[in-house]
Design a protein around this ligand. Sequence first.
Ligand code: ADP
Ligand code: MG
Length: 564
Amino acid sequence: MSKQTHSFQAEVKQILHLVTHSLYSNKEIFLRELVSNASDACDKLRFEALDNNALFEDQPNLEVRVSFDTEKRTVTISDNGIGMSADEAIAHLGTIAKSGTREFMAKLEGDQKKDANLIGQFGVGFYSGFIVAERITVETRRAGLGADEGVRWTSEGTGDYEVETISKPGRGTDVILHLREGEDEFLKTWRLKSIISKYSDHISLPILMRKEKWDPEKSEQEVTDEWESVNKASALWSRSKSEVTQEQYEEFYKQISYDSDAPLAYTHNRVEGRSEYTQLLYIPAKAPMDLWNRDKRGGVKLYVKRVFIMDDAEALMPVYLRFVKGVIDSADLPLNVSRELLQESRDVKAIREGSTKRVLSMLESLADSEDQAEKDKYAAFWKDFGSVLKEGIGEDHQNQERLAKLFRFASTHADAGVSFADYVSRMKEGQETIYYITADSLAAAKNSPQLEIFRKKGIEVLLLVDRVDEWMLSNLYEFEGKTLQSVAKGAVDLGKLQDEEEKKKAEEVAESFKPVLDKLKEALKDRAKDVRVTTRLVDSPACIVVEEGDMSGHLARLLKQAGQ
Ligand code: ADP
Ligand code: MG
Protein backbone atom coordinates (compact mmCIF):
# COMPACT_ATOMS: atom_id res chain seq x y z
CA MET A 1 0.00 0.00 0.00
CA SER A 2 1.43 3.37 -0.97
CA LYS A 3 0.96 6.36 1.24
CA GLN A 4 -2.67 7.23 1.96
CA THR A 5 -4.02 10.21 3.80
CA HIS A 6 -7.02 9.79 6.08
CA SER A 7 -9.00 12.26 8.08
CA PHE A 8 -9.57 11.74 11.80
CA GLN A 9 -13.11 11.07 12.93
CA ALA A 10 -14.67 14.32 14.19
CA GLU A 11 -14.63 13.21 17.85
CA VAL A 12 -10.94 12.40 17.60
CA LYS A 13 -10.22 15.91 16.37
CA GLN A 14 -12.04 17.35 19.34
CA ILE A 15 -10.29 15.06 21.82
CA LEU A 16 -6.92 15.86 20.29
CA HIS A 17 -7.61 19.53 20.66
CA LEU A 18 -8.75 19.20 24.26
CA VAL A 19 -5.91 16.90 25.22
CA THR A 20 -3.11 18.97 23.80
CA HIS A 21 -4.53 22.19 25.18
CA SER A 22 -5.81 21.28 28.61
CA LEU A 23 -3.59 18.48 29.77
CA TYR A 24 -0.30 20.27 29.55
CA SER A 25 0.22 20.66 33.29
CA ASN A 26 0.06 16.88 33.63
CA LYS A 27 1.93 16.06 30.46
CA GLU A 28 4.11 13.26 31.86
CA ILE A 29 1.12 10.92 31.84
CA PHE A 30 1.68 10.33 28.13
CA LEU A 31 4.29 7.76 29.13
CA ARG A 32 1.94 5.97 31.48
CA GLU A 33 -0.64 5.74 28.68
CA LEU A 34 1.75 4.51 26.01
CA VAL A 35 3.40 2.01 28.34
CA SER A 36 -0.01 0.79 29.36
CA ASN A 37 -1.01 0.34 25.69
CA ALA A 38 2.21 -1.57 25.11
CA SER A 39 1.44 -3.77 28.07
CA ASP A 40 -2.15 -4.31 26.87
CA ALA A 41 -0.80 -5.30 23.46
CA CYS A 42 1.38 -7.93 25.14
CA ASP A 43 -1.59 -9.19 27.15
CA LYS A 44 -3.59 -9.51 23.93
CA LEU A 45 -0.82 -11.44 22.26
CA ARG A 46 -0.58 -13.77 25.20
CA PHE A 47 -4.31 -14.32 25.01
CA GLU A 48 -4.47 -14.97 21.26
CA ALA A 49 -1.44 -17.22 21.50
CA LEU A 50 -3.39 -19.52 23.78
CA ASP A 51 -5.03 -20.84 20.60
CA ASN A 52 -2.17 -20.19 18.25
CA ASN A 53 1.23 -20.57 19.76
CA ALA A 54 2.89 -19.66 16.46
CA LEU A 55 2.08 -16.01 17.15
CA PHE A 56 5.03 -15.87 19.50
CA GLU A 57 7.26 -16.35 16.42
CA ASP A 58 10.78 -16.59 17.80
CA GLN A 59 10.20 -14.06 20.60
CA PRO A 60 8.43 -15.63 23.54
CA ASN A 61 9.52 -12.98 26.05
CA LEU A 62 7.09 -10.13 26.10
CA GLU A 63 8.57 -6.79 27.02
CA VAL A 64 8.37 -3.03 26.64
CA ARG A 65 11.34 -0.87 25.70
CA VAL A 66 11.58 2.84 26.27
CA SER A 67 14.40 4.73 24.56
CA PHE A 68 15.26 8.18 23.27
CA ASP A 69 17.44 9.80 20.64
CA THR A 70 18.91 13.13 21.63
CA GLU A 71 19.81 14.14 18.08
CA LYS A 72 16.50 13.28 16.46
CA ARG A 73 14.71 14.48 19.62
CA THR A 74 12.51 11.39 19.75
CA VAL A 75 11.21 9.17 22.55
CA THR A 76 10.22 5.65 21.47
CA ILE A 77 8.00 3.17 23.28
CA SER A 78 8.30 -0.30 21.75
CA ASP A 79 6.57 -3.53 22.48
CA ASN A 80 6.57 -7.00 20.99
CA GLY A 81 2.87 -7.48 21.60
CA ILE A 82 0.04 -8.12 19.20
CA GLY A 83 0.72 -5.18 16.83
CA MET A 84 -1.80 -3.77 14.32
CA SER A 85 -2.67 -4.48 10.73
CA ALA A 86 -3.27 -1.48 8.44
CA ASP A 87 -7.02 -1.75 8.97
CA GLU A 88 -6.59 -1.96 12.71
CA ALA A 89 -4.28 1.02 12.79
CA ILE A 90 -6.86 3.04 10.88
CA ALA A 91 -9.68 1.84 13.10
CA HIS A 92 -7.90 2.12 16.47
CA LEU A 93 -5.80 5.22 15.99
CA GLY A 94 -8.17 7.21 13.82
CA THR A 95 -11.56 6.62 15.38
CA ILE A 96 -12.88 6.17 18.87
CA ALA A 97 -14.97 3.09 19.37
CA LYS A 98 -15.49 3.23 23.09
CA SER A 99 -18.83 4.23 24.48
CA GLY A 100 -17.38 6.22 27.38
CA THR A 101 -16.02 8.81 24.99
CA ARG A 102 -19.21 10.71 24.34
CA GLU A 103 -19.82 10.97 28.03
CA PHE A 104 -16.25 12.09 28.54
CA MET A 105 -16.53 14.80 25.95
CA ALA A 106 -19.92 15.94 27.16
CA LYS A 107 -18.38 16.50 30.56
CA LEU A 108 -15.40 18.30 29.12
CA GLU A 109 -17.56 20.60 27.09
CA GLY A 110 -20.20 21.03 29.73
CA ASP A 111 -18.06 22.80 32.26
CA GLN A 112 -15.10 24.62 30.84
CA LYS A 113 -13.64 25.36 34.24
CA LYS A 114 -13.34 21.73 35.18
CA ASP A 115 -11.65 20.74 31.97
CA ALA A 116 -8.03 20.49 32.96
CA ASN A 117 -8.85 18.62 36.12
CA LEU A 118 -11.34 16.30 34.54
CA ILE A 119 -9.21 15.44 31.57
CA GLY A 120 -6.35 14.73 33.93
CA GLN A 121 -8.42 12.09 35.62
CA PHE A 122 -9.19 10.36 32.37
CA GLY A 123 -6.51 8.30 30.80
CA VAL A 124 -6.72 9.82 27.36
CA GLY A 125 -4.75 7.00 25.91
CA PHE A 126 -2.84 7.12 22.74
CA TYR A 127 -3.69 10.73 21.95
CA SER A 128 -1.96 12.00 25.06
CA GLY A 129 1.30 11.49 23.14
CA PHE A 130 0.46 14.68 21.27
CA ILE A 131 0.83 16.74 24.43
CA VAL A 132 4.59 16.48 24.10
CA ALA A 133 4.96 15.40 20.47
CA GLU A 134 4.44 17.54 17.37
CA ARG A 135 4.39 14.37 15.31
CA ILE A 136 3.87 10.72 16.21
CA THR A 137 5.02 7.86 14.03
CA VAL A 138 3.67 4.42 14.79
CA GLU A 139 5.42 1.49 13.16
CA THR A 140 3.61 -1.72 13.76
CA ARG A 141 3.22 -5.24 12.50
CA ARG A 142 0.55 -7.59 13.61
CA ALA A 143 1.66 -10.91 15.03
CA GLY A 144 1.09 -13.63 12.44
CA LEU A 145 1.34 -11.32 9.39
CA GLY A 146 4.42 -11.32 7.13
CA ALA A 147 7.37 -9.01 7.69
CA ASP A 148 6.29 -6.99 4.62
CA GLU A 149 2.89 -6.31 6.05
CA GLY A 150 4.08 -3.73 8.51
CA VAL A 151 2.38 -0.36 8.71
CA ARG A 152 3.66 3.15 9.29
CA TRP A 153 1.08 5.55 10.69
CA THR A 154 2.08 9.19 10.98
CA SER A 155 0.25 12.23 12.20
CA GLU A 156 0.75 15.70 13.56
CA GLY A 157 -2.36 15.29 15.63
CA THR A 158 -4.43 17.90 13.84
CA GLY A 159 -6.81 16.98 11.04
CA ASP A 160 -5.42 13.89 9.41
CA TYR A 161 -2.91 11.06 9.37
CA GLU A 162 -0.99 9.03 6.81
CA VAL A 163 -0.71 5.29 6.48
CA GLU A 164 1.71 3.28 4.35
CA THR A 165 3.02 -0.25 4.16
CA ILE A 166 6.51 -0.92 5.43
CA SER A 167 8.68 -3.87 6.13
CA LYS A 168 8.94 -4.64 9.82
CA PRO A 169 10.67 -7.86 10.78
CA GLY A 170 9.83 -7.82 14.49
CA ARG A 171 6.18 -8.08 15.48
CA GLY A 172 4.63 -5.46 17.70
CA THR A 173 4.59 -1.70 17.82
CA ASP A 174 7.02 1.20 18.04
CA VAL A 175 5.46 4.51 18.99
CA ILE A 176 7.92 7.27 18.09
CA LEU A 177 7.26 10.69 19.56
CA HIS A 178 8.91 13.61 17.79
CA LEU A 179 9.08 16.02 20.67
CA ARG A 180 7.76 19.54 20.48
CA GLU A 181 10.08 22.46 21.02
CA GLY A 182 10.90 22.78 24.72
CA GLU A 183 10.14 19.18 25.71
CA ASP A 184 13.75 18.05 25.91
CA GLU A 185 13.31 17.09 29.56
CA PHE A 186 12.05 13.76 28.24
CA LEU A 187 15.38 13.08 26.56
CA LYS A 188 16.86 12.01 29.87
CA THR A 189 17.06 8.55 31.36
CA TRP A 190 16.41 9.62 34.94
CA ARG A 191 13.33 11.62 33.96
CA LEU A 192 11.78 8.76 32.00
CA LYS A 193 12.77 6.26 34.69
CA SER A 194 11.16 8.30 37.42
CA ILE A 195 7.89 8.58 35.49
CA ILE A 196 7.93 4.84 34.90
CA SER A 197 8.53 4.07 38.54
CA LYS A 198 5.83 6.52 39.56
CA TYR A 199 3.11 5.11 37.34
CA SER A 200 4.16 1.82 35.88
CA ASP A 201 6.28 0.06 38.45
CA HIS A 202 3.60 -2.51 38.95
CA ILE A 203 3.19 -3.44 35.31
CA SER A 204 3.96 -7.11 35.33
CA LEU A 205 6.09 -7.06 32.17
CA PRO A 206 9.67 -5.86 32.23
CA ILE A 207 10.03 -2.28 31.06
CA LEU A 208 13.52 -1.98 29.67
CA MET A 209 15.71 1.08 29.18
CA ARG A 210 19.30 1.39 28.01
CA LYS A 211 21.84 1.31 30.80
CA GLU A 212 23.87 4.43 31.42
CA LYS A 213 27.56 4.61 32.15
CA TRP A 214 29.59 7.48 33.53
CA ASP A 215 31.91 8.92 30.88
CA PRO A 216 34.82 10.49 32.78
CA GLU A 217 36.11 12.39 29.71
CA LYS A 218 32.87 14.15 28.96
CA SER A 219 31.94 14.17 32.63
CA GLU A 220 28.45 12.96 31.90
CA GLN A 221 26.27 9.86 31.74
CA GLU A 222 26.59 7.95 28.48
CA VAL A 223 23.86 5.70 27.19
CA THR A 224 25.18 2.18 26.46
CA ASP A 225 23.80 -0.58 24.24
CA GLU A 226 22.83 -2.75 27.16
CA TRP A 227 19.19 -2.94 28.28
CA GLU A 228 18.04 -3.18 31.89
CA SER A 229 14.68 -3.51 33.52
CA VAL A 230 13.59 -0.32 35.26
CA ASN A 231 10.47 -1.65 36.98
CA LYS A 232 9.98 -4.46 39.42
CA ALA A 233 7.88 -6.22 36.78
CA SER A 234 5.67 -7.89 39.33
CA ALA A 235 3.10 -6.17 41.45
CA LEU A 236 3.21 -7.29 45.06
CA TRP A 237 -0.54 -7.72 45.28
CA SER A 238 -0.71 -9.78 42.11
CA ARG A 239 1.53 -12.42 43.61
CA SER A 240 0.02 -15.18 45.65
CA LYS A 241 0.04 -14.81 49.43
CA SER A 242 2.51 -17.63 49.89
CA GLU A 243 5.03 -15.80 47.72
CA VAL A 244 5.03 -12.66 49.84
CA THR A 245 6.73 -12.43 53.21
CA GLN A 246 5.45 -10.41 56.12
CA GLU A 247 8.48 -8.10 55.73
CA GLN A 248 7.56 -7.48 52.10
CA TYR A 249 3.98 -6.72 53.03
CA GLU A 250 5.18 -4.30 55.70
CA GLU A 251 7.74 -2.68 53.44
CA PHE A 252 5.12 -2.15 50.79
CA TYR A 253 2.83 -0.60 53.38
CA LYS A 254 5.53 1.86 54.38
CA GLN A 255 6.08 2.78 50.73
CA ILE A 256 2.46 3.55 50.02
CA SER A 257 1.54 5.11 53.36
CA TYR A 258 4.72 7.05 54.14
CA ASP A 259 4.29 5.63 57.63
CA SER A 260 7.45 4.61 59.45
CA ASP A 261 5.66 2.10 61.70
CA ALA A 262 4.57 -1.33 60.63
CA PRO A 263 0.83 -1.71 60.08
CA LEU A 264 -1.43 -3.16 62.74
CA ALA A 265 -2.97 -5.69 60.38
CA TYR A 266 -3.43 -6.38 56.68
CA THR A 267 -5.57 -8.46 54.41
CA HIS A 268 -4.79 -9.66 50.90
CA ASN A 269 -7.39 -11.35 48.74
CA ARG A 270 -8.31 -12.03 45.19
CA VAL A 271 -12.04 -11.70 44.74
CA GLU A 272 -13.73 -13.47 41.88
CA GLY A 273 -17.32 -13.52 40.79
CA ARG A 274 -19.50 -10.80 39.37
CA SER A 275 -16.82 -8.28 40.10
CA GLU A 276 -13.19 -9.29 39.87
CA TYR A 277 -10.50 -7.54 41.86
CA THR A 278 -7.56 -7.94 44.17
CA GLN A 279 -7.40 -6.09 47.45
CA LEU A 280 -4.42 -5.50 49.70
CA LEU A 281 -5.62 -3.42 52.63
CA TYR A 282 -3.79 -2.23 55.72
CA ILE A 283 -4.84 -0.81 59.07
CA PRO A 284 -2.22 1.61 60.40
CA ALA A 285 -0.94 1.20 63.94
CA LYS A 286 -1.44 4.86 64.80
CA ALA A 287 -3.95 7.48 63.84
CA PRO A 288 -2.69 10.14 61.44
CA MET A 289 -2.87 13.80 62.43
CA ASP A 290 -5.71 14.53 60.06
CA LEU A 291 -7.90 11.59 61.03
CA TRP A 292 -10.65 13.99 61.99
CA ASN A 293 -10.89 15.56 58.59
CA ARG A 294 -13.86 13.85 56.99
CA ASP A 295 -13.05 15.57 53.69
CA LYS A 296 -9.73 13.87 53.52
CA ARG A 297 -9.69 11.36 50.71
CA GLY A 298 -9.14 7.75 51.63
CA GLY A 299 -5.82 6.02 51.44
CA VAL A 300 -6.58 3.38 48.85
CA LYS A 301 -4.91 3.42 45.47
CA LEU A 302 -6.81 2.21 42.47
CA TYR A 303 -5.19 0.10 39.79
CA VAL A 304 -6.85 -1.41 36.79
CA LYS A 305 -5.06 -4.56 35.66
CA ARG A 306 -1.90 -3.42 37.42
CA VAL A 307 -1.89 0.00 35.79
CA PHE A 308 -1.93 2.80 38.31
CA ILE A 309 -5.08 4.91 37.97
CA MET A 310 -5.30 7.16 40.99
CA ASP A 311 -4.30 7.71 44.58
CA ASP A 312 -6.81 8.12 47.36
CA ALA A 313 -9.75 6.74 45.47
CA GLU A 314 -12.33 7.71 48.11
CA ALA A 315 -15.14 5.86 46.35
CA LEU A 316 -13.49 2.54 47.19
CA MET A 317 -14.01 2.87 50.94
CA PRO A 318 -16.71 4.39 53.13
CA VAL A 319 -15.71 7.66 54.80
CA TYR A 320 -15.54 6.10 58.25
CA LEU A 321 -12.81 3.74 57.02
CA ARG A 322 -10.73 6.60 55.64
CA PHE A 323 -7.73 5.44 57.68
CA VAL A 324 -7.39 2.21 55.69
CA LYS A 325 -4.44 2.17 53.28
CA GLY A 326 -3.74 -0.13 50.39
CA VAL A 327 -4.34 -1.08 46.82
CA ILE A 328 -7.36 -2.30 44.95
CA ASP A 329 -6.71 -3.67 41.50
CA SER A 330 -9.83 -4.11 39.41
CA ALA A 331 -10.08 -6.35 36.39
CA ASP A 332 -13.37 -4.76 35.27
CA LEU A 333 -13.03 -0.99 35.34
CA PRO A 334 -11.91 0.92 32.25
CA LEU A 335 -8.44 2.49 32.41
CA ASN A 336 -9.85 5.91 31.72
CA VAL A 337 -12.17 5.91 34.72
CA SER A 338 -12.56 9.25 36.48
CA ARG A 339 -13.40 10.03 40.09
CA GLU A 340 -16.87 11.04 38.97
CA LEU A 341 -17.44 7.78 37.15
CA LEU A 342 -16.14 5.83 40.13
CA GLN A 343 -18.87 7.29 42.30
CA GLU A 344 -21.52 5.97 39.94
CA SER A 345 -20.02 2.64 39.01
CA ARG A 346 -21.74 -0.56 40.09
CA ASP A 347 -18.43 -2.39 40.02
CA VAL A 348 -17.05 0.13 42.46
CA LYS A 349 -20.04 -0.30 44.74
CA ALA A 350 -19.38 -4.03 44.83
CA ILE A 351 -15.71 -3.38 45.55
CA ARG A 352 -16.57 -0.94 48.35
CA GLU A 353 -18.97 -3.34 50.00
CA GLY A 354 -16.56 -6.23 49.68
CA SER A 355 -13.65 -4.23 51.03
CA THR A 356 -15.66 -2.88 53.94
CA LYS A 357 -16.52 -6.43 54.95
CA ARG A 358 -12.86 -7.41 54.72
CA VAL A 359 -11.78 -4.57 56.96
CA LEU A 360 -14.49 -5.39 59.48
CA SER A 361 -13.51 -9.04 59.59
CA MET A 362 -9.88 -8.04 60.01
CA LEU A 363 -10.94 -6.03 63.06
CA GLU A 364 -13.21 -8.78 64.33
CA SER A 365 -10.47 -11.34 64.23
CA LEU A 366 -8.27 -9.06 66.35
CA ALA A 367 -11.07 -8.23 68.74
CA ASP A 368 -12.29 -11.79 69.17
CA SER A 369 -8.87 -13.41 69.25
CA GLU A 370 -7.96 -15.74 72.09
CA ASP A 371 -4.42 -14.45 71.81
CA GLN A 372 -3.77 -11.65 74.29
CA ALA A 373 -1.31 -9.92 71.95
CA GLU A 374 -4.01 -9.66 69.28
CA LYS A 375 -6.56 -8.46 71.81
CA ASP A 376 -4.09 -5.78 72.92
CA LYS A 377 -3.70 -4.74 69.30
CA TYR A 378 -7.44 -4.30 69.11
CA ALA A 379 -7.48 -2.24 72.29
CA ALA A 380 -4.75 -0.01 70.81
CA PHE A 381 -6.71 0.29 67.59
CA TRP A 382 -9.88 1.16 69.46
CA LYS A 383 -8.12 3.87 71.45
CA ASP A 384 -6.93 5.63 68.29
CA PHE A 385 -9.66 4.87 65.80
CA GLY A 386 -12.72 4.00 67.86
CA SER A 387 -14.31 7.40 67.47
CA VAL A 388 -14.03 7.24 63.69
CA LEU A 389 -15.43 3.74 63.58
CA LYS A 390 -18.49 4.99 65.47
CA GLU A 391 -19.25 7.30 62.52
CA GLY A 392 -20.03 4.10 60.65
CA ILE A 393 -23.21 3.62 62.67
CA GLY A 394 -24.81 6.48 60.79
CA GLU A 395 -23.02 5.97 57.51
CA ASP A 396 -23.21 2.25 56.97
CA HIS A 397 -26.58 0.84 57.99
CA GLN A 398 -25.84 -2.45 56.34
CA ASN A 399 -23.04 -3.15 58.80
CA GLN A 400 -24.54 -1.52 61.92
CA GLU A 401 -24.73 -4.74 63.85
CA ARG A 402 -21.17 -5.77 63.05
CA LEU A 403 -19.88 -2.34 63.92
CA ALA A 404 -21.74 -2.20 67.21
CA LYS A 405 -20.12 -5.48 68.20
CA LEU A 406 -16.71 -3.92 67.69
CA PHE A 407 -17.40 -0.98 69.98
CA ARG A 408 -15.80 -0.77 73.42
CA PHE A 409 -16.82 1.44 76.31
CA ALA A 410 -16.27 2.17 79.95
CA SER A 411 -18.99 1.10 82.34
CA THR A 412 -19.75 1.00 86.05
CA HIS A 413 -18.17 -2.43 85.82
CA ALA A 414 -14.83 -1.69 84.09
CA ASP A 415 -13.03 1.48 83.03
CA ALA A 416 -12.55 0.37 79.41
CA GLY A 417 -13.00 -2.46 76.96
CA VAL A 418 -16.65 -3.24 77.67
CA SER A 419 -18.48 -4.43 74.57
CA PHE A 420 -22.24 -4.51 74.18
CA ALA A 421 -21.97 -8.29 74.24
CA ASP A 422 -20.11 -8.17 77.57
CA TYR A 423 -22.81 -5.93 78.93
CA VAL A 424 -25.61 -8.17 77.73
CA SER A 425 -23.93 -11.22 79.25
CA ARG A 426 -23.95 -9.48 82.64
CA MET A 427 -27.53 -8.23 82.49
CA LYS A 428 -29.65 -8.91 85.55
CA GLU A 429 -32.47 -11.40 85.61
CA GLY A 430 -35.44 -9.60 84.08
CA GLN A 431 -33.36 -6.70 82.65
CA GLU A 432 -34.43 -5.86 79.11
CA THR A 433 -32.63 -2.61 78.51
CA ILE A 434 -29.03 -1.52 78.05
CA TYR A 435 -28.55 1.49 80.32
CA TYR A 436 -26.04 4.21 79.58
CA ILE A 437 -25.13 7.70 80.66
CA THR A 438 -23.30 10.29 78.56
CA ALA A 439 -20.92 12.81 80.10
CA ASP A 440 -17.84 14.93 79.41
CA SER A 441 -15.50 12.73 81.36
CA LEU A 442 -15.32 9.42 83.07
CA ALA A 443 -15.21 11.14 86.47
CA ALA A 444 -18.33 13.15 85.72
CA ALA A 445 -20.13 10.06 84.51
CA LYS A 446 -19.13 8.01 87.52
CA ASN A 447 -20.22 10.68 89.98
CA SER A 448 -23.57 11.30 88.41
CA PRO A 449 -26.40 11.01 90.93
CA GLN A 450 -28.47 9.34 88.21
CA LEU A 451 -26.46 6.17 88.76
CA GLU A 452 -27.39 5.74 92.43
CA ILE A 453 -30.31 3.42 92.02
CA PHE A 454 -28.42 1.35 89.46
CA ARG A 455 -25.50 0.97 91.82
CA LYS A 456 -27.76 -0.02 94.60
CA LYS A 457 -29.39 -2.68 92.47
CA GLY A 458 -26.05 -3.76 90.98
CA ILE A 459 -27.15 -2.93 87.43
CA GLU A 460 -24.31 -2.11 85.04
CA VAL A 461 -24.45 1.23 83.22
CA LEU A 462 -22.30 2.10 80.20
CA LEU A 463 -20.38 5.34 80.69
CA LEU A 464 -20.24 7.06 77.29
CA VAL A 465 -17.74 9.89 77.42
CA ASP A 466 -16.64 10.23 73.80
CA ARG A 467 -17.75 13.34 71.93
CA VAL A 468 -19.24 11.27 69.12
CA ASP A 469 -21.25 9.01 71.43
CA GLU A 470 -24.29 11.28 71.47
CA TRP A 471 -24.26 11.35 67.70
CA MET A 472 -23.77 7.61 67.51
CA LEU A 473 -26.73 7.09 69.85
CA SER A 474 -28.92 9.15 67.59
CA ASN A 475 -28.44 6.36 65.02
CA LEU A 476 -28.23 3.30 67.22
CA TYR A 477 -31.30 2.34 69.19
CA GLU A 478 -30.67 -1.23 70.16
CA PHE A 479 -28.22 -4.06 70.32
CA GLU A 480 -29.44 -7.58 69.63
CA GLY A 481 -32.99 -6.57 70.39
CA LYS A 482 -32.15 -4.78 73.64
CA THR A 483 -33.07 -1.12 73.59
CA LEU A 484 -30.47 1.43 74.59
CA GLN A 485 -31.76 3.76 77.27
CA SER A 486 -30.22 6.79 78.87
CA VAL A 487 -30.45 6.83 82.66
CA ALA A 488 -30.61 10.60 82.48
CA LYS A 489 -33.71 10.82 80.34
CA GLY A 490 -37.34 10.74 81.35
CA ALA A 491 -38.67 8.64 84.17
CA VAL A 492 -36.30 5.70 84.13
CA ASP A 493 -38.35 2.57 83.83
CA LEU A 494 -36.64 -0.23 85.63
CA GLY A 495 -39.39 -2.53 84.45
CA LYS A 496 -39.27 -5.91 86.07
CA LEU A 497 -36.18 -4.88 88.00
CA GLN A 498 -38.30 -2.76 90.28
CA ASP A 499 -40.30 -4.72 92.78
CA GLU A 500 -43.97 -4.05 93.32
CA GLU A 501 -43.36 -3.07 96.93
CA GLU A 502 -41.03 -0.24 95.95
CA LYS A 503 -43.33 0.93 93.20
CA LYS A 504 -46.27 1.22 95.53
CA LYS A 505 -44.23 3.03 98.14
CA ALA A 506 -43.00 5.49 95.55
CA GLU A 507 -46.55 6.22 94.43
CA GLU A 508 -47.63 6.89 98.00
CA VAL A 509 -44.70 9.17 98.62
CA ALA A 510 -45.42 11.03 95.39
CA GLU A 511 -49.00 11.54 96.53
CA SER A 512 -48.01 12.90 99.93
CA PHE A 513 -45.44 15.20 98.36
CA LYS A 514 -47.90 16.70 95.93
CA PRO A 515 -48.22 20.07 97.72
CA VAL A 516 -44.43 20.40 97.91
CA LEU A 517 -44.10 19.49 94.25
CA ASP A 518 -46.68 22.09 93.28
CA LYS A 519 -44.77 24.78 95.16
CA LEU A 520 -41.50 23.73 93.53
CA LYS A 521 -43.11 23.71 90.08
CA GLU A 522 -44.40 27.20 90.63
CA ALA A 523 -41.01 28.42 91.83
CA LEU A 524 -39.12 26.80 88.91
CA LYS A 525 -41.84 27.64 86.40
CA ASP A 526 -39.53 29.10 83.73
CA ARG A 527 -36.68 26.73 84.29
CA ALA A 528 -38.09 23.25 84.70
CA LYS A 529 -40.76 21.48 82.68
CA ASP A 530 -41.77 19.26 85.53
CA VAL A 531 -40.81 18.29 89.08
CA ARG A 532 -41.25 14.66 90.09
CA VAL A 533 -40.64 12.34 92.97
CA THR A 534 -38.14 9.71 91.93
CA THR A 535 -36.86 6.35 93.06
CA ARG A 536 -33.70 6.72 91.09
CA LEU A 537 -31.81 8.53 93.84
CA VAL A 538 -30.33 6.88 96.86
CA ASP A 539 -28.05 9.41 98.55
CA SER A 540 -28.50 12.64 96.61
CA PRO A 541 -31.53 14.80 97.39
CA ALA A 542 -32.26 15.86 93.79
CA CYS A 543 -31.10 15.55 90.20
CA ILE A 544 -31.90 17.02 86.83
CA VAL A 545 -33.18 14.83 84.02
CA VAL A 546 -34.28 15.63 80.51
CA GLU A 547 -37.55 14.70 78.95
CA GLU A 548 -37.59 11.49 76.92
CA GLY A 549 -36.84 12.41 73.33
CA ASP A 550 -35.21 15.73 74.24
CA MET A 551 -31.59 16.60 73.72
CA SER A 552 -29.55 15.25 76.60
CA GLY A 553 -27.93 17.67 79.02
CA HIS A 554 -24.55 16.50 77.78
CA LEU A 555 -25.38 17.13 74.13
CA ALA A 556 -26.83 20.54 74.99
CA ARG A 557 -23.51 21.42 76.65
CA LEU A 558 -21.53 20.16 73.67
CA LEU A 559 -23.56 22.25 71.26
CA LYS A 560 -23.22 25.28 73.48
CA GLN A 561 -19.46 24.83 73.53
CA ALA A 562 -19.50 24.60 69.76
CA GLY A 563 -21.31 27.95 69.72
CA GLN A 564 -24.71 26.73 68.58
P1 ADP B 1 -7.40 2.25 25.04
O1 ADP B 1 -6.03 1.78 25.37
O2 ADP B 1 -8.17 2.65 26.26
O3 ADP B 1 -8.16 1.32 24.17
P2 ADP B 1 -5.93 4.17 23.55
O4 ADP B 1 -6.25 5.50 22.96
O5 ADP B 1 -4.81 4.16 24.52
O6 ADP B 1 -7.24 3.61 24.19
O7 ADP B 1 -5.58 3.16 22.40
C1 ADP B 1 -6.51 2.94 21.34
C2 ADP B 1 -6.33 1.59 20.68
O8 ADP B 1 -5.18 1.59 19.86
C3 ADP B 1 -6.11 0.44 21.61
O9 ADP B 1 -7.33 -0.07 22.10
C4 ADP B 1 -5.41 -0.56 20.71
O10 ADP B 1 -6.36 -1.26 19.94
C5 ADP B 1 -4.60 0.32 19.81
N1 ADP B 1 -3.23 0.43 20.29
C6 ADP B 1 -2.67 1.48 20.91
N2 ADP B 1 -1.38 1.23 21.21
C7 ADP B 1 -1.13 -0.03 20.78
C8 ADP B 1 0.03 -0.89 20.80
N3 ADP B 1 1.19 -0.50 21.35
N4 ADP B 1 -0.09 -2.11 20.22
C9 ADP B 1 -1.25 -2.51 19.68
N5 ADP B 1 -2.36 -1.76 19.64
C10 ADP B 1 -2.32 -0.53 20.17
MG1 MG C 1 -4.69 2.95 26.32
